[in-house]
Write a new protein. Structure first.
Length: 213
Protein backbone atom coordinates (compact mmCIF):
# COMPACT_ATOMS: atom_id res chain seq x y z
CA UNK A 1 0.00 0.00 0.00
CA UNK A 2 1.40 3.38 -1.01
CA UNK A 3 2.28 5.72 1.86
CA UNK A 4 1.02 9.28 2.07
CA UNK A 5 4.53 10.59 1.44
CA UNK A 6 4.95 8.40 -1.65
CA UNK A 7 1.57 9.58 -2.96
CA UNK A 8 2.56 13.21 -2.45
CA UNK A 9 5.89 12.67 -4.19
CA UNK A 10 4.25 10.98 -7.15
CA UNK A 11 1.67 13.77 -7.36
CA UNK A 12 4.42 16.43 -7.26
CA UNK A 13 6.38 14.60 -9.97
CA UNK A 14 3.30 14.40 -12.19
CA UNK A 15 2.56 18.09 -11.65
CA UNK A 16 6.13 19.00 -12.49
CA UNK A 17 5.92 16.93 -15.68
CA UNK A 18 2.69 18.70 -16.66
CA UNK A 19 4.28 22.10 -16.09
CA UNK A 20 7.31 21.14 -18.19
CA UNK A 21 5.00 19.99 -20.98
CA UNK A 22 3.23 23.37 -20.81
CA UNK A 23 6.61 25.12 -20.94
CA UNK A 24 7.55 23.01 -23.96
CA UNK A 25 4.44 24.14 -25.81
CA UNK A 26 5.25 27.79 -25.16
CA UNK A 27 8.91 27.33 -26.15
CA UNK A 28 7.82 25.65 -29.40
CA UNK A 29 5.71 28.74 -30.12
CA UNK A 30 7.92 31.55 -28.79
CA UNK A 31 11.45 30.14 -28.83
CA UNK A 32 13.98 32.11 -26.77
CA UNK A 33 11.35 34.76 -26.02
CA UNK A 34 9.26 32.30 -23.97
CA UNK A 35 8.33 34.06 -20.74
CA UNK A 36 7.34 32.84 -17.30
CA UNK A 37 4.04 34.72 -17.70
CA UNK A 38 3.22 32.87 -20.92
CA UNK A 39 4.22 29.51 -19.44
CA UNK A 40 2.10 30.09 -16.33
CA UNK A 41 -0.87 31.06 -18.51
CA UNK A 42 -0.40 27.95 -20.68
CA UNK A 43 -0.36 25.80 -17.55
CA UNK A 44 -3.44 27.53 -16.13
CA UNK A 45 -1.67 28.72 -12.99
CA UNK A 46 -0.27 31.96 -11.60
CA UNK A 47 3.39 32.87 -11.95
CA UNK A 48 4.06 32.54 -8.18
CA UNK A 49 2.97 28.90 -8.38
CA UNK A 50 5.38 28.36 -11.28
CA UNK A 51 8.16 29.93 -9.21
CA UNK A 52 7.26 27.63 -6.33
CA UNK A 53 8.01 24.61 -8.52
CA UNK A 54 11.16 25.87 -10.25
CA UNK A 55 12.45 28.81 -8.21
CA UNK A 56 13.09 31.14 -11.16
CA UNK A 57 13.56 31.10 -14.92
CA UNK A 58 16.99 29.55 -14.42
CA UNK A 59 15.44 26.63 -12.55
CA UNK A 60 12.86 26.13 -15.27
CA UNK A 61 15.53 26.37 -17.94
CA UNK A 62 17.67 23.73 -16.21
CA UNK A 63 14.68 21.39 -15.91
CA UNK A 64 13.84 21.79 -19.61
CA UNK A 65 17.49 21.41 -20.59
CA UNK A 66 17.76 18.14 -18.64
CA UNK A 67 14.52 16.88 -20.20
CA UNK A 68 15.71 17.52 -23.74
CA UNK A 69 19.33 16.52 -23.13
CA UNK A 70 18.24 13.16 -21.66
CA UNK A 71 16.12 12.48 -24.75
CA UNK A 72 18.95 13.51 -27.09
CA UNK A 73 21.51 11.36 -25.26
CA UNK A 74 19.21 8.33 -25.49
CA UNK A 75 18.88 8.89 -29.25
CA UNK A 76 22.64 9.38 -29.69
CA UNK A 77 23.42 6.19 -27.76
CA UNK A 78 20.93 4.25 -29.89
CA UNK A 79 22.63 5.53 -33.05
CA UNK A 80 26.07 4.63 -31.72
CA UNK A 81 24.96 1.12 -30.75
CA UNK A 82 23.01 0.32 -33.93
CA UNK A 83 24.12 -2.85 -35.79
CA UNK A 84 26.07 -1.21 -38.62
CA UNK A 85 29.60 -0.47 -39.78
CA UNK A 86 31.51 2.14 -37.77
CA UNK A 87 31.36 4.81 -40.49
CA UNK A 88 27.59 4.33 -40.78
CA UNK A 89 27.19 4.71 -37.02
CA UNK A 90 29.30 7.88 -37.00
CA UNK A 91 27.08 9.35 -39.71
CA UNK A 92 23.92 8.17 -37.93
CA UNK A 93 25.06 9.84 -34.70
CA UNK A 94 25.79 13.14 -36.43
CA UNK A 95 22.47 12.92 -38.26
CA UNK A 96 20.60 12.20 -35.03
CA UNK A 97 21.89 15.44 -33.48
CA UNK A 98 21.17 17.53 -36.57
CA UNK A 99 17.73 15.98 -37.01
CA UNK A 100 16.88 16.85 -33.40
CA UNK A 101 17.72 20.55 -33.76
CA UNK A 102 16.05 20.69 -37.17
CA UNK A 103 12.83 19.13 -35.88
CA UNK A 104 12.50 21.56 -32.94
CA UNK A 105 14.45 24.70 -33.83
CA UNK A 106 12.57 26.87 -31.35
CA UNK A 107 13.51 24.55 -28.50
CA UNK A 108 17.13 24.59 -29.68
CA UNK A 109 17.14 28.40 -29.81
CA UNK A 110 15.60 28.64 -26.36
CA UNK A 111 18.31 26.37 -24.95
CA UNK A 112 21.24 27.91 -26.83
CA UNK A 113 20.42 31.47 -27.83
CA UNK A 114 19.35 34.18 -25.37
CA UNK A 115 16.74 36.71 -26.39
CA UNK A 116 17.66 40.33 -25.70
CA UNK A 117 14.90 40.63 -23.12
CA UNK A 118 16.19 37.48 -21.39
CA UNK A 119 19.77 38.50 -20.72
CA UNK A 120 19.10 41.92 -19.19
CA UNK A 121 20.75 42.05 -15.73
CA UNK A 122 17.53 42.99 -13.98
CA UNK A 123 16.03 39.67 -15.06
CA UNK A 124 18.86 37.81 -13.35
CA UNK A 125 19.07 35.16 -16.07
CA UNK A 126 21.54 34.60 -18.89
CA UNK A 127 20.97 31.61 -21.16
CA UNK A 128 24.66 31.61 -22.07
CA UNK A 129 25.61 30.87 -18.47
CA UNK A 130 23.31 27.85 -18.45
CA UNK A 131 23.90 26.41 -21.93
CA UNK A 132 27.62 25.77 -21.33
CA UNK A 133 26.94 23.03 -18.71
CA UNK A 134 24.53 21.39 -21.16
CA UNK A 135 27.27 21.15 -23.81
CA UNK A 136 29.77 19.93 -21.21
CA UNK A 137 27.39 17.16 -20.18
CA UNK A 138 26.99 16.06 -23.81
CA UNK A 139 30.79 16.09 -24.18
CA UNK A 140 31.35 13.98 -21.07
CA UNK A 141 28.67 11.46 -22.05
CA UNK A 142 30.11 11.08 -25.55
CA UNK A 143 33.61 10.71 -24.03
CA UNK A 144 32.35 7.77 -21.94
CA UNK A 145 30.95 6.07 -25.04
CA UNK A 146 34.23 6.53 -26.93
CA UNK A 147 36.33 5.28 -23.97
CA UNK A 148 34.14 2.18 -23.61
CA UNK A 149 34.22 1.26 -27.28
CA UNK A 150 37.46 2.43 -28.90
CA UNK A 151 41.05 1.48 -28.04
CA UNK A 152 43.00 4.71 -28.44
CA UNK A 153 46.22 3.39 -26.89
CA UNK A 154 48.19 5.16 -24.12
CA UNK A 155 46.29 8.02 -22.50
CA UNK A 156 43.06 6.78 -24.05
CA UNK A 157 40.81 8.10 -21.26
CA UNK A 158 42.09 11.66 -21.64
CA UNK A 159 42.01 11.43 -25.42
CA UNK A 160 38.42 10.15 -25.29
CA UNK A 161 37.45 13.26 -23.30
CA UNK A 162 39.24 15.50 -25.80
CA UNK A 163 37.41 13.78 -28.65
CA UNK A 164 34.05 13.82 -26.83
CA UNK A 165 34.12 17.54 -26.14
CA UNK A 166 35.65 18.28 -29.53
CA UNK A 167 32.97 16.36 -31.41
CA UNK A 168 30.18 18.01 -29.42
CA UNK A 169 31.72 21.42 -30.05
CA UNK A 170 31.94 20.64 -33.76
CA UNK A 171 28.35 19.41 -33.93
CA UNK A 172 27.11 22.42 -32.02
CA UNK A 173 29.01 25.03 -34.07
CA UNK A 174 28.35 23.39 -37.44
CA UNK A 175 24.72 22.67 -36.59
CA UNK A 176 24.12 26.23 -35.38
CA UNK A 177 25.56 27.65 -38.61
CA UNK A 178 23.66 25.15 -40.77
CA UNK A 179 20.33 25.72 -39.02
CA UNK A 180 20.63 29.47 -39.57
CA UNK A 181 21.85 29.49 -43.19
CA UNK A 182 20.90 26.09 -44.65
CA UNK A 183 23.82 26.19 -47.12
CA UNK A 184 23.50 22.48 -47.90
CA UNK A 185 21.33 19.48 -47.18
CA UNK A 186 21.52 17.70 -43.84
CA UNK A 187 22.91 14.61 -45.56
CA UNK A 188 25.69 16.66 -47.17
CA UNK A 189 26.63 18.20 -43.84
CA UNK A 190 26.66 14.78 -42.16
CA UNK A 191 28.99 13.35 -44.81
CA UNK A 192 31.33 16.35 -44.59
CA UNK A 193 31.56 16.19 -40.79
CA UNK A 194 32.06 12.42 -40.88
CA UNK A 195 34.91 12.91 -43.36
CA UNK A 196 36.52 15.33 -40.93
CA UNK A 197 36.29 12.83 -38.06
CA UNK A 198 37.21 9.75 -39.96
CA UNK A 199 41.04 9.88 -39.92
CA UNK A 200 42.26 8.26 -36.70
CA UNK A 201 38.86 6.90 -35.75
CA UNK A 202 38.87 4.67 -38.84
CA UNK A 203 42.21 3.15 -37.83
CA UNK A 204 41.46 2.65 -34.11
CA UNK A 205 40.62 -0.84 -32.88
CA UNK A 206 37.70 -1.81 -30.68
CA UNK A 207 38.41 -2.00 -26.94
CA UNK A 208 38.83 -5.61 -25.76
CA UNK A 209 35.84 -6.81 -23.78
CA UNK A 210 33.84 -3.71 -24.61
CA UNK A 211 30.70 -3.33 -26.71
CA UNK A 212 32.70 -2.31 -29.76
CA UNK A 213 32.29 0.65 -32.08
Amino acid sequence: METTQATQQRSAANRRRQLLEAADRVVLRDGPHASMNAIAAEAGITKPILYRHFGDKGGLYRALAKRHTDALLDALRAALDAPAERRERVEATLDTYLAAIEARPQVYRFLMHPAEDTVMPENGFDVGLHSAPLLRRLGEELAKVIAERVDLGPGSEQLARVWGHGIVGMMHAAGDWWLGERPCSRAELVRSLADLLWGRLAAAGNRAGGPGF
